[in-house]
Design a protein around this ligand. Structure first.
Ligand SMILES: Nc1ncnc2c1ncn2[C@@H]1O[C@H](COP(=O)(O)OP(=O)(O)OP(=O)(O)O)[C@@H](O)[C@H]1O
Length: 367
């Protein structure tokens, strides 16, 4: 029995993206379908290289083609990814697909540690990633990336001076810490910090990025407003620890993003320091700060729970040594961070698809 490209495309209409709940052809995720005798090849373009469902989608494609076209064919499925972006009115950062704010209510909950590890984890999947460290009270990215003496580059573009981020472990970085001496940062006033953030957004040559993380100071303040005024933010991630005091503050942070004036979707909650695990006894878990606080927060606000990170000495050591623990592929914590990064990338893709759908529906109502 002979068959054509059209038969293969029709077979793939039976395969849904499990997150986006539509078939791959409708979602325009299949390219380069070729049929030569019994040889069938095509490319599936996923919404992120960090897609946790990659293997499942590949298998579903194989099953569908074998069921609806022919059992005995030679299949060559190429899995690739193009990160999606959806912003109705892009204010700046034209080559950046997604700006992701990382916030916490309380200080010291590990927001910067989570940012650094998620950024490196996504870069390891092949995504193009950047970080803006806007934490005036404790810009820690220079230390966490072992770049304490680095200074951003400068270029002239059409008469305008543009900054060039520094790059480490495949991540482009700009930090308020690069512009100040460590002892000076705390005396910065809000307006100075806001103006530095504006420069990082409007006067910086970031190049193409899939994900740009913005590590915000703890709490809710001017910098948060400055960010949403100067950039179109895809969504926010809230980092919290499980104690009641941290959760109460995290709740305030979450409500700020969801408020009408800020109106940034919350992509999810990360629970850091969820439990203590001695490295030599990885099966022992001690819930010293309480249990499941982050999960409860996310279910109360109906936002995704992205995952939990235990308290592990190696995380602190990695931070201090300037090598995020996710770079140690043998560490179980590095797998936890990689899974959280996948969950985040997945929720970015879902958010972008939902937004474009909303827009499409809105346009229809005007017809
Ligand atoms: N899961 C963890 N296990 C062990 N140590 C951790 C963990 N998460 C963070 N730390 C350590 O706790 C300290 C505070 O972390 P970090 O600087 O990331 O917090 P933060 O929320 O960004 O703080 P800030 O209030 O300055 O913004 C650091 O020394 C870091 O290495």
């Amino acid at each position: 029995m002979s068959f054509t490209e059209k038969d293969v495309i029709n077979a793939l209409r039976h395969v849904d993206d499990p997150d986006l709940k539509k078939d791959l052809i409708t979602l325009n995720m299949v390219k380069d379908v070729k049929v030569e005798g019994k040889k069938v090849s095509f490319t599936v373009v996923l919404t992120t290289p960090a897609c946790p469902l990659k293997e499942r989608i590949r298998q579903d494609c194989e099953n569908a083609v074998k069921e609806h076209v022919a059992e005995d064919l030679e299949l060559d499925i190429n899995m690739t990814a193009t990160v999606t972006s959806y912003v109705a009115d892009k204010k700046s950062l034209s080559e950046v697909k997604n700006v992701i704010a990382i916030a916490s209510g309380k200080g010291g909950v590990g927001k910067s540690t989570v940012t650094a590890n998620l950024a490196v984890a996504l870069a390891q999947t092949g995504a193009k990633v950047g970080i803006i460290d806007a934490d005036i009270y404790g810009p820690s990215m220079p230390t966490m990336f072992n770049m304490e003496n680095a200074r951003p580059g400068v270029v002239e573009r059409e008469g305008k001076t543009m900054m060039i981020p520094v790059e480490q472990y495949g991540v482009k970085i700009l930090s308020i810490g690069f512009l100040t001496q460590p002892q000076d940062a705390v005396i910065w006033r809000g307006p100075m910090a806001s103006s530095a953030l504006r420069q990082f957004i409007t006067d910086t040559e970031w190049g193409e990025l899939d994900y740009l993380f913005v590590d915000l100071p703890p709490g809710t303040g001017d910098i948060h407003l400055s960010l949403v005024q100067n950039a179109s933010v895809t969504g926010a991630v809230i980092v919290t620890t499980p104690q009641k005091v941290a959760l109460a503050d995290a709740q305030r942070g979450l409500s700020m993003f969801q408020s009408q004036s800020v109106n940034v979707p919350v992509l999810g909650v990360v629970e850091n320091m969820a439990y203590f695990t001695p490295e030599e006894l990885p099966d022992n878990q001690y819930y010293i700060f309480g249990r499941d606080g982050g999960k409860l927060l996310s279910s109360r606000y109906e936002v995704p729970f992205l995952g939990e990170v235990p308290i592990v000495q190696g995380i602190r050591e990695g931070g201090d040594a300037g090598e995020p623990i996710v770079m140690d592929e043998n560490s179980p914590v590095s797998k936890a961070f990689a899974r959280i990064a996948e969950e985040l990338a997945r929720n970015v893709a879902i958010r972008n698809a939902a937004q474009s759908e909303t827009e499409r529906v809105e346009i229809k109502t005007w017809e």
